[in-house]
Design a protein around this ligand. Structure first.
Ligand SMILES: Nc1ncnc2c1ncn2[C@@H]1O[C@H](COP(=O)(O)OP(=O)(O)OP(=O)(O)O)[C@@H](O)[C@H]1O
Length: 223
């Protein structure tokens, strides 16, 4: 069984000024085997984030099917998609999406509440230790460096031990040294899992055996 299979996925957004729908994705077929690591590159605005949103079920395509670990998530209700994501997919956001009212530890623990199989609360601490933040458990995101915030996001994405990790430009806001550290952490902690990582950085892409340009999948030619 493939980890991810997209068939005839189309997604468009309305142009805010004209209201006309602008096609972003038209992907006839895309399959990623279980356990594979893939880096996706592409020009700015070409639809990389939209692709990850469709795979994670945060966005529904206009048409087509998105099968994740054998489940067509486009057929699920919104709440079932959210539950499915909590159980099966870890998402590392480009802009972190951490809650500043909560500590690093609480941010990781929050996501653990939505999984069907509850992991012990101590897992959040263990994960934060493994990303090098043992001394920062009780810091809020605004009390952390950008690199440290990204490490919290990695721990949060792994909290429910999902089989699939989606990472959207996870090193985009980091300096080269921190970027290299964070990337090797992601690769180490996702060994054996299915990973799609979006990036336009040559140094990052060079660390992947398999990379693909979104334009190779997508029949929409971006402007
Ligand atoms: N909610 C939305 N409403 C309208 N247009 C949107 C929406 N989300 C994305 N878009 C448009 O869809 C296109 C693709 O956006 P997306 O964020 O997927 O690109 P990207 O390849 O990830 O870009 P970048 O590399 O700059 O992050 C862009 O033109 C963007 O303006």
């Amino acid at each position: 069984m493939s980890a991810i299979q997209l068939t005839n996925v189309r997604k468009s957004y309305p142009d805010p000024s004209t209201g006309q729908r602008v096609p972003i994705l038209d992907i006839p077929a895309f399959t990623l085997p279980t356990g594979k690591h893939l880096a996706v590159r592409g020009t700015s605005g070409s639809g990389k984030t939209t692709l990850l949103h469709c795979i994670s079920g945060m966005t529904l395509p206009d048409s087509g099917s998105v099968s994740v670990s054998g489940t067509d998530i486009t057929r699920l209700s919104e709440s079932d998609r959210d539950r499915f994501r909590a159980n099966n997919i870890g998402y590392i956001f480009q802009s972190f999406n951490l809650l500043d009212g909560f500590t690093a530890l609480e941010n990781v623990q929050l996501g653990m509440q939505f999984a069907d199989k509850k992991k012990p609360v101590s897992r959040a601490k263990d994960l934060l230790n493994s990303v090098g933040l043992s001394g920062r458990l009780h810091n809020r995101p605004s009390q952390l460096s950008v690199g440290q915030q990204q490490r919290v996001c990695i721990a949060r994405a792994l909290a429910n031990d999902p089989d699939i990790i989606l990472a959207d430009e996870p090193t985009g806001s980091l300096d080269p040294k921190t970027s290299a550290e964070v990337l090797s952490l992601i690769k180490e902690l996702t060994a054996g899992k299915t990973l799609i990582l979006v990036s336009h950085e040559t140094e990052v892409l060079a660390q992947f055996e398999t990379t693909i340009d979104l334009s190779e999948l997508n029949e929409v030619v971006s402007a």
